[in-house]
Ligand binder design. Structure first.
Ligand code: FES
Length: 318
């Protein structure tokens, strides 16, 4: 009597850990899309490696499943008992033609293919319509703060300007600017954003601000620029939750997790121009010789170095 279980076992692929590894890779990839590009890349690599190993096993199993025709023996008795003679027919049935692609392999491949297709149909529109717009047409405009002579060497000046004059006062921002003199013939400026990196409150100089010495400068594209000298002897203080920073913007107390953001700068036609803002983990040294540990612009509260940086979501470019 034919053993149905034996026939079923013949069509079962061997047990394998590759699908589990593949699933772990896909999960890592999806989580990485939210958390970090690095995690997404690691997930994609894991999924690709285990997917390849899985597919290789499935194909190999498919080859082994092809039934073989018993070899001719030289008079030796066959291991299986001979089938009874059919009425009016021969004792040995005709062997079935070998299946080139067994049904189990076809079903497995089509299930995987359909799953991947449905996953792509569900995921790609979400990525396209919900995530991509945040990454397109971003960037900051250059801000003209006026002639460099308005920034005395070694002194901080609180500069208030419009980030986009077309948007008006709503785009008004502030930065702490210090002229560090020149290094190897090149001008050096410290340009620190006044936005606290805890939750974004405006940071104040920890010392006197000389309103009576305020200068108004008209600049193209940045509206009216106000320049007020300040003496932040105690660094910069955030009144919201007690965050504190030193004169280089390093965090010294309170809940902020990194140093204050800074602006790129350049000198053009004798004017100081602020460019793209970037994030800073910390600053070693001071003034013109400071070493700035610089990163792409991150959101308030976001770690940008160390293992904690993995726990914070991707920020679209600003
Ligand atoms: S916003 Fe500055 S300490 Fe909280």
């Amino acid at each position: 009597m034919e053993d149905p279980r034996g026939d079923m076992d013949r069509h079962q692929p061997p047990p394998s850990l590759w699908p589990i590894g593949f699933a772990v890779g896909v999960v890592c990839l999806l989580v990485g899309l939210i958390v970090s590009w690095v995690a997404a890349a690691v997930g994609a690599a894991i999924a690709a490696i285990f997917g390849f190993l899985w597919a290789r096993d499935v194909v190999a199993a498919g080859r082994h499943e092809q039934p073989t025709v018993p070899a001719e023996t030289d008079g030796a008795p066959p291991s299986a008992p001979p089938l009874p003679a059919q009425e009016g027919g021969s004792a040995m049935p005709e062997p079935e033609p070998a299946e080139r692609f067994p049904r189990s392999v076809f079903l497995e491949a089509s299930t995987l293919g359909l799953g991947a297709l449905i996953g792509a149909i569900v995921t790609l529109p979400v990525l396209g319509f919900a995530v991509l717009p945040s990454f397109l047409k971003q960037g900051s405009k250059d801000i003209d703060l006026g002639p460099v002579e308005n920034f005395p060497e070694g002194q901080y000046v609180v500069a208030t300007f419009m980030a986009d004059a077309k948007q008006g006062e709503i785009s008004r921002r502030s930065a702490f600017i210090r002229n560090n003199g020149t290094v190897e013939g090149k001008p050096s400026f410290t340009c620190i954003s006044n936005r606290c990196v805890h939750l974004g409150c405006p940071v104040q100089p920890g010392g006197p601000v000389f309103d009576a010495k305020k200068k108004d400068v008209r600049s193209s594209g940045s509206g009216l620029v106000e320049l007020i000298p300040a003496l932040p002897a105690a660094g910069f203080i955030c009144p919201c939750h007690g965050g504190a920073y030193d004169q280089e913007g390093n965090r010294t107390a309170g809940p902020p997790v990194r140093a204050l953001n800074r602006f790129e700068f350049l000198i053009k036609d004798g004017h100081l121009i602020l460019g793209t803002m970037y994030s800073v983990a910390s600053v070693s040294g001071t003034g013109a010789t400071a070493r700035i540990h610089k990163y792409g612009l991150a959101g308030p509260g976001q770690h940008i170095d160390g293992p904690e940086a993995w726990l914070y979501p991707l920020q679209p470019p600003h």
